[in-house]
Design a protein around this ligand. Sequence first.
Ligand code: AMP
Length: 119
Amino acid sequence: MLYDSSNIFARILREEIACDKVFENDHVLAFKDISPQAPQHILIIPKGDYCNFHDFHENAPALLINEFYRTIRLVIQQCHLEKNGYRLITNCGVDSGQIVDHYHVHLLGGKNLGSLIVS
Ligand code: AMP
């Protein structure tokens, strides 16, 4: 799959669209989901042209991969989600229902999230 730089997260990274920023460094941006599915619902994205999990792990430099997951942990700490727990989700491809084709991880928490629903 070719990366399409007109996707909404690419536009957020270019600051063409505003976001409710939670954390940013040279490699990663985290911001609140516009349609939260839990009291805390944050999207964490790498700064790079990667469509999904597969693309990221095949093509991103090791430094960025390392920094990305290190940052997720920082955001979890910043949001005080360590004690009660949280869920990380990444959708990849059509069957997952992935809407935005820029790699992202959902961080959800702030309540008991129940069990995963598979339908
Ligand atoms: P996914 O199905 O994993 O591709 O999820 C994409 C997520 O992006 C959804 O949870 C949307 O609510 C969220 N989203 C879409 N547009 C925006 C936006 N402009 N700002 C924040 N979140 C967004």
